[in-house]
Design a protein around this ligand. Structure first.
Ligand code: SF4
Length: 64
């Protein structure tokens, strides 16, 4: 599974890195950043999907 952030939508709410700190960090302005090259390790899939479902802007994009 791969994950990315659509920066045309992201407004920096921070829910992704709050709910899924193993998958996301943030930049100096509070916008989410995917920690890896986009590939989600199996033990982080649950976190990643939680972030996808809770981003207020639907900016977390999962490619199964
Ligand atoms: S939760 Fe969504 S809008 Fe907020 S920082 Fe993460 S990707 Fe951006």
């Amino acid at each position: 599974m791969r994950i990315r952030i659509d920066y045309d939508r992201c407004t920096g709410h921070g829910r992704c890195y709050t709910l899924a700190p193993g998958v996301f960090g943030c930049d100096d302005s509070g916008f989410g950043q995917v920690r890896s090259d986009g590939e989600v390790e199996p033990d982080l899939v649950r976190e990643a999907k939680l972030a996808e479902g809770n981003c207020p802007e639907q900016a977390v994009i999962v490619d199964e």
